[in-house]
Design a protein around this ligand. Structure first.
Ligand SMILES: [Mn+2]
Length: 384
């Protein structure tokens, strides 16, 4: 069976909203010859997308010639019981949500039986355990199939440093193909396949690489990469030595104009590095503010105004640091609750403190107390 593979479409992305829609549309079109399409999570940029984004997503997925199977990514994670965008798409029949379950499919032409196990994103520290549980729970169904595919949205340590799953751990289960979203870089290392994102969500070294989708043939194990149509991205480092504010501004504008002349639809990020002349410290470097341009000021001497701009962009980009702090909090909650603390964390984020207190109090009943309570209940039951 020919299977189309894509991930991380991030619909509803604030800066690249239109690109997100267009590139998903292009992705599904480019996979028109697939019998089945798998999306490995982060369909949306937010867990609860606005109505416009939901409707756009609905109409794009409805136009797909092949059924689309989806899992949820970290961007779709909501507090316990709250619906997300993927659930909506599943309910209205635009996609099929296969998170934490197995989908069995028979190929039209040669009756090949394929089992696809989807695992929704979980806190990295719990991912291996969750996979083990899911494989055990669905063992029978998995064994029925000739071809077994796993779809996850996690970090695989061997491809990306930091906390995550081990390749060797996943390998033990014998899947013929392992697809993971989350990491926006493409990795072709069969049976592992990281399709990368269909959208450039930030202009950095990884994501200025052309975005793509993949077609995989389960019989021949051939993998084909299909590059998406997108605006050209440019990431430029501009070095300034003993410059003046005017000079910096002019150099940035010159660079931007040069690129735009050759590529009118280019999206440009310029990182200004180096230093200003000592005597102009305190002068204001006003960097041009243009639609398709993002300038980062990494100059050594900066005015208050420059610093405020820099702080603003630092705050915007501090999400990774926040994520680290969040991870610590989740760990602490996991320790106290004795189970997945992420649910509690999400409740806290939504301002539902009382619920967290309630849940923690419940779980802090010691085994002894619980036994006593049970014994009491049993006694009561008998006396009635
Ligand atoms: Mn993502």
């Amino acid at each position: 069976m020919k299977i189309g593979i894509l991930s991380d479409s991030h619909l509803g992305h604030k800066r690249f909203y239109e690109e997100g829609l267009k590139q998903l549309e292009d992705a599904l079109e480019k996979l028109g010859d697939a019998e089945l399409i798998i999306h490995a999570g982060d369909v949306f940029d937010r867990a609860t997308p606005d109505m416009k984004t939901l409707l756009e997503a609905y109409s794009i997925f409805r136009r797909s010639k092949s059924p689309v199977l989806v899992i949820t990514g970290n961007h779709e994670k909501t507090a316990e019981g709250l619906p997300d965008g993927v659930e909506f798409l599943d309910k209205v029949g635009a996609v099929k949500h296969i998170g934490d379950r197995v989908e069995l499919i028979e190929s039209k032409d040669d009756k090949e039986r394929i089992a696809i196990l989807g695992m929704n994103y979980v806190n990295e520290g719990l991912a291996e355990q969750r996979l083990q549980e899911l494989v055990e729970k669905h063992r029978e169904k998995l064994e029925e199939a000739e071809t077994k595919i796993l779809v996850i949205h996690q970090t695989i340590k061997d491809y990306f440093p930091g906390e995550g799953m081990r390749k060797s751990f996943i390998e033990q289960f014998g899947f013929d193909l392992i697809i993971s979203g989350h990491i926006h870089r493409q990795v072709e290392d069969l049976p592992f396949l990281l399709p990368g994102s269909t959208l450039t969500t930030k202009i950095d070294e990884v994501e200025i690489e052309p975005r793509a989708v993949f077609l995989y043939d389960t019989r021949t194990k051939a993998l084909e990469k299909r590059v998406l149509k997108q605006k050209p991205f440019f990431l430029i480092d501009k070095e300034i030595r003993d410059g003046t504010p005017t000079q910096v501004r002019e150099e940035v504008e010159k660079e931007y104009k040069r690129i735009k002349e050759e590529h009118p639809d280019a999206i440009v990020r310029i990182r200004v590095k180096g230093n200003l002349k000592e005597d102009v410290e305190g002068n204001i470097v006003t960097l041009p503010s243009l639609k398709d341009l993002k300038v980062d000021n990494f100059l050594a001497h900066k005015s208050i105004e420059d610093r405020v701009v820099e702080w603003k962009s630092q705050i915007e980009e501090s999400r990774s640091i926040m994520a680290e702090l969040d991870k610590e909090l989740i760990k602490e909650l996991t320790r106290i609750a004795g189970k997945d603390g992420e649910e509690l964390y999400l409740l806290l984020k939504e301002g539902q403190g009382e619920k967290v207190v309630e849940k923690l109090l419940k779980s802090s009943l010691s085994d002894e107390e619980e036994r006593k309570a049970r014994a009491e209940e049993a006694k009561d039951g008998k006396s009635e």
